[in-house]
Design a protein around this ligand. Sequence first.
Ligand SMILES: [Zn+2]
Length: 477
Amino acid sequence: MDNMIDVIGSLIDAKSKEITELSDRIWETPETRFQEYQSAKVLSDFLEDNGFSVERGVGGIETAFTATFGQDKPVIGILGEFDALSGLSQKEASDVREAIEENGNGHGCGHNLLGTAGIAAVVAIKKLIEEKKITGSIKYFGCPGEEGGSGKTYMVRDGVFSDIDVALTWHPNSYSGVFSFSSLANYQVYFSFEGKASHAANSPHLGRSALDAVELMNVGVNYLREHIISEAKVHYAVTNTGGSSPNVVQSDAEVLYLIRAPHIKEVEDIYQRIINIAEGAALMTGTKVTVRFDKACSNYIPNDTLNIVLQDKLEAFGLPNYDEKELSYAYKMASTITTEEIDSAILDAEKLSNYQITEQFYTPDYPFFNEVIPYAKTREVMQGSTDVGDVSWIVPTAQFFTTCFVAGTPLHTWQLVSQGKTSLAHKGLLYAGKVLAASAVEIFENPKLIEKAKEELVKQTKNAYQNPLPKVLQPSI
Ligand SMILES: [Zn+2]
């Protein structure tokens, strides 16, 4: 296998220019959920040109695709994302906040790197299959709308992942380690109130305010928080206030709720209570409420068998090294990251490793974390959600982080966008591509791992997966 580490390292390094250019093109065209037309085209065309058989528009989503190579079993799936976030437009490699386009989109979660590293991996694996060094097939999944869309949950509902034996993926971060914890399941739901407009001074008694209903609903839910499990989180955004005229009784208003908890059953219970509150608010204000389900995803099921393989490869390739020029930029970026942000990343690393990291992990004189986070099987839950969760319920799945940014860089910030097109991020991308490819190769060479990973999954889920999306729901842009 040591030899295989070298082989994969050279295969991916040989393609590094093409791969990082691909990532930069995605970074330059930041597209948000289910509108990733250019990004999906760039990635799927690249795979087609490289000899993969591509299927576009899978799972009923225009920007979702698969790319397959090989006919043999087993089939390993590599998941890639490529969607951006709104409002995070930012110039590259700048250590101050500077938008390219005011209120424009930006790659604030590094998904330009995420989707492209998977491509580096599958292209390398294809070569090894062709040279008969390994037996099996590789399938890349182009998964759109991770941010606020749960694209994979729709793809799971439509059976897109049903022919693979194992799924592997990763996420860019400011540290490297295995994603050993679970994540929160969630529902996202719109509550629209309809009342009656009227002159707010002259005939208020004739009006019925939808905005009042939204406000009363939010007050009700804020009281509910005291009486739900402490692990649950409920967030909301008022998506329609009914207009900007205070002299009108607002006839239409809308609020979007995001309900999270460790398990989907808990989310469902809280959701039912929130529906009651919405109906109460409608009753109080003489308005009508319409509930519109937007999206959902399940909690993530980590797989210890596969996690151990990933950890081994993370350590075998080791953290990236940086030259003088990279370090000088990294120090500048590091000066924009607060101590609290660094502490928060260290706490993540502690949880991921079951509190095994040493003092060496972070030293204030160096802008990057110093070690791969040690692996531990943990019962920690990440305070966030991912639609990889639904994939992990039906096929053994494992994911990891690699160092793409300076220590403590938080996700969804301008600092992350700024670094996303630099050689720091490129090094993390290539590192991730190598870990994905080498892990897949070990699984191809040792199919017993698949059996073991599958047994572990059944033990954890008891085959009780239920897709959380309503059957008729289609993804909305
Ligand atoms: Zn992300």
